[in-house]
Ligand binder design. Structure first.
Ligand SMILES: *Cc1c(COP(=O)(O)O)cnc(C)c1O
Length: 396
């Protein structure tokens, strides 16, 4: 059965409702106490990288994820970079990352002077596939003095960074088994998955370190921002030190003991984050309602299926997506063009990292599933307020 472009566009439009102007892929919802909290920063002069909202945002997010500690950062990429550094990723190491991700995951590895090593995804979770990772490592890894080594390149395999794509949790338990077998620490790129649950456990709290982004397009936004969460106090302390120019605490002296970073989140942004976090349960409920509306509206249409949440998981449905049937893959760009023409800002999945010029020579596993998913996935407008009568101004 072939894709019916007109019916598909009409079904998406019926879900999002009549809106003036183009419907963005993901727009913020700032209907809580954002204004009030930002105003209090401005009134009191606490606008920079120290302040009560930073502490509160860190504490509240750690509590939300069930981790002991949290360290706020200026964006999600900085949090990933910091997580890799505190776990000891060094220049010349390799880090296993999915080819199907936003470029920041690979960039953070490169910022360490390390090399991203691309691995394949699973069709059900869209995230890193534990079975395919195991097969790949069984062929690839040999034991070295400081952990597993890539037998072809001689480089140490230092970590694995699964990504919860579009908010859908990866198969975290099978992945943890594979990682433990090969002595690889896991850094969760949970940048898209705040509020998602894997067998009842919050995304971000499943690995040694979890990382979030609060970029303008994420489910919770601080304008720009990020967070690293962990149960390990020494990793959290190291992350705080590295993100604060490695300044040793002292009432007046500037003592720094490492080349480090200015990666701290300003209090103004944290203020927005505190207000957003108060409404996160509502935002997730709205997004799940939107996902259900898409599922019903698109269920009977030929040539595509809605990407469901993985079994055992509860997704935040950061982005809703449809997957074209295999024999309709060649029509992806027609669907993108038809939706855009109708003012619906759909997007394809990312170009696989292995195709990008700066990563074209990086080591990789077989990426058959990634290539197939990228040909077939189309992301739909997913703002939390879509489909509600009140729109982005609503719920104030
Ligand atoms: C958003 C995102 C990031 C990075 O976040 P920034 O805050 O934009 O730096 C990293 N990985 C993935 C998968 C993302 O979607």
């Amino acid at each position: 059965m072939s894709l019916d472009l007109a019916a598909t566009v009409a079904a998406i439009r019926a879900v999002v409702g009549p809106r003036p102007g183009p419907v963005g892929l993901h727009e913020p919802w700032l209907a809580g106490r954002e204004w009030e909290y930002v105003k209090s920063c401005l009134d009191e002069g606490w606008i920079s990288s120290v302040g009560a909202f930073v502490d509160r945002f860190e504490n509240d997010l750690a509590a939300y994820c069930g981790t002991a500690r949290a360290v706020a950062t200026v964006n999600g990429t900085a949090a990933l970079h910091t997580a890799l550094m505190v776990l000891g990723v060094k220049p010349g190491d390799e880090v296993l990352v999915p080819a199907l991700t936003f470029v920041a995951t690979a960039n953070a590895v490169a910022h360490c002077g390390a090399v991203p090593h691309f691995v394949d995804s699973a069709p059900d979770t869209l995230g890193l596939c534990p079975e395919r990772l195991r097969d790949h490592l069984e062929r690839l890894a040999v034991r070295g003095p400081n952990g597993p080594v890539n037998r072809h390149t001689g480089r140490r395999l230092a970590a694995v960074v699964p990504v919860h794509v579009f908010g859908h949790p990866v198969a975290a338990d099978p992945l943890a088994e594979v990682a433990a077998h090969f002595e690889l620490p896991i850094i969760e790129d949970a940048t898209e998955a705040l509020g998602s649950l894997y067998h009842g456990r919050p995304a971000g709290g499943l690995g040694r370190i979890g990382v979030f982004s609060f970029n303008g397009n994420k489910i919770l936004t601080t304008g720009g921002g990020g967070m690293l969460v962990t149960d390990d106090a020494s990793l959290a302390d190291a992350a705080r030190h590295l993100t604060t120019t490695a300044k040793r605490p002292h009432p007046w002296a500037f003592e720094h003991d490492a080349v480090a970073y200015n990666y701290r989140l300003p209090n103004v942004n944290a203020a927005i984050g505190c207000a957003q976090l108060e409404r996160l349960p509502l935002m997730i409920a709205r997004k799940r309602r939107l996902a259900e509306a898409y599922r019903q509206a698109l269920a009977e249409l030929p040539g595509l299926e809605v990407v469901p949440e993985p079994a055992g998981s509860r997704s935040n449905f950061w982005l809703n997506a449809v997957r074209l049937k295999a024999d309709q893959a060649a029509r992806r760009d027609e669907l993108l063009a038809a939706t855009h023409a109708a003012g619906l800002m759909t997007r394809p999945a990312w170009t696989p990292m292995s195709h990008l010029p700066m990563y074209a020579d990086c080591p990789r596993a077989d990426l058959t599933v990634t290539e197939d998913l990228v040909r077939r996935l189309v992301c739909l407008p997913s703002s939390a307020w879509l489909g509600a009568e009140d729109g982005p101004e609503g719920g104030r």
